[in-house]
Design a protein around this ligand. Structure first.
Ligand SMILES: [Zn+2]
Length: 398
């Protein structure tokens, strides 16, 4: 049966290539920001209606969960329950590409490839629909809003009991402009970091910079605190644990002769261990509050919980690697390095055995990499045939 699915998913993704490219161009032309994917959502529902695939929509505002139930009665065929997730949102970037499908929504652009993920998932819907008499699995197709902003659509979606029967495997793909088209890449086990946003305020009465003894110097205290917090990374972190603590913004509002009343410090904490993450957030609060107090200032620390650690299931990853090689060719499945970026698919991976892999969108001939989150980002559209084909094959064979 595996070779039947291998051949059919290859054949159908090739046949549907142009239509899947058109889906992507439509999404690209009409991008919408996080939690505002209303037209995007309507378009997807319309396509699911045409395919006669049942779905629930308006989940976490604009999310859709469609269900494909295989119709094969054969007892030999696996009845596994699989879910495939695509994100839906675009970014607040003004597109600078000169292409026929350039964004029509001023200042908004699909610059992270979520248009590609949605188009591929609609491609999967079409491929699996053609094959529904040959499998008996239940396959959920999840279109998820707002991957780009906290609290993330994945968290809200999962709070809404989207599954009538819990999935045994959840998979998702994300484009990579660093990997050549025709390849995928994956990592077994820990892959992406957790991410928390840190907001600190150091407060005093402020005063004249010529008379620091008459006030409390919020700037100097802030400098001490930023440096002291780095001891968490150098002294409290196990050497084998990846973690980053960066402060990218210090805003004082003072002047050469004014000690300000308030200093704002903003940063990010990223790591790969949920226990250590929890302890570290407490430690940051303690260090800031006690240091500020010891030097006479007041302090406020707010830490916004971002996305958790993303861990790929070892067994699913191994199996997907084998299947990927069969589908694409022996040297077309690459290994991924650990990444300190974060992704809200991690909420799925915390709850279900999961796999999040990368699909190459880099054009072989082009010298310049068109990086994500930039105004000139674009992809080699051959990736759409690969993305819908491999996803369909994995959904039927994992
Ligand atoms: Zn993305």
């Amino acid at each position: 049966m595996n070779n039947f699915f291998l051949n059919k998913t290859k054949e159908f993704s090739k046949d549907l290539k142009n239509e899947i490219i058109n889906y992507r161009r439509h999404f690209h032309k009409y991008p919408e920001l996080s939690f505002n994917e209303f037209e995007t959502s309507k378009f997807i529902c319309k396509e699911l209606d045409i395919l006669k695939i049942p779905y629930r929509n308006k989940i976490a505002k604009t999310g859709i969960v469609a269900v494909l139930q295989g119709k094969s009665k054969s007892k030999k065929i696996s009845k596994k329950i699989i879910a495939i997730r695509s994100d839906m949102d675009a970014l607040p970037i003004k597109e600078e590409n000169n292409i026929s499908y350039k964004s029509k929504n001023e200042g908004i652009m699909h610059a992270c490839g979520h248009d590609v993920h949605m188009a591929c998932l609609l491609g999967v819907a079409r491929i699996l629909k053609k094959l529904e008499n040959y499998f008996s699995r239940k396959i959920y197709l999840i279109f998820q809003p707002a991957e780009e902003i906290l609290p993330g659509g994945a968290k809200l979606l999962l709070e809404e009991n989207i599954f009538t029967e819990e999935p045994e495997i959840v998979i998702a793909q994300h484009i990579s402009p660093f990997i050549e088209v025709g390849n995928i890449a994956l990592r077994k086990g820990l892959y992406m970091a957790s991410c928390d946003e840190i907001y600190i305020k150091i407060l005093s009465e402020g005063g004249h910079a010529a008379m620091p003894e008459k006030t409390i110097d919020t700037v100097l205290i802030s400098c001490h605190i930023v440096i002291a917090l780095q001891q968490i990374i150098s002294r409290n972190k196990p050497a084998n644990l990846p973690a980053v603590l960066s402060f990218g913004k210090i805003e004082t509002g003072g002047a050469q002769n004014i000690i300000p009343k308030e200093v704002k410090i903003e940063g990010t904490l990223r790591t790969m261990d949920e226990e250590w993450r929890k302890k570290t957030k407490e430690k940051i609060k303690k260090i800031v509050n006690l240091m500020a107090e010891s030097m006479g200032a007041k302090s406020e620390v707010k830490i916004l919980d971002g996305y958790p650690v993303l861990k790929n299931d070892e067994n699913i990853s191994k199996k997907a690697e084998k299947l990927g090689k069969k589908f694409l060719g022996a040297n077309k499945v690459k290994n991924l390095e650990i990444s300190m970026a974060s992704e809200d698919f991690s909420y799925f991976s915390q709850k279900y055995p999961s796999l999040f892999f990368r699909i190459g969108t880099k054009n072989k001939e082009e010298k310049n990499i068109k990086k994500q989150h930039t105004s000139t980002f674009d992809i080699d559209e051959n990736a759409l045939e690969v993305g819908s084909g491999i996803m369909s094959y994995l959904a039927l064979s994992l």
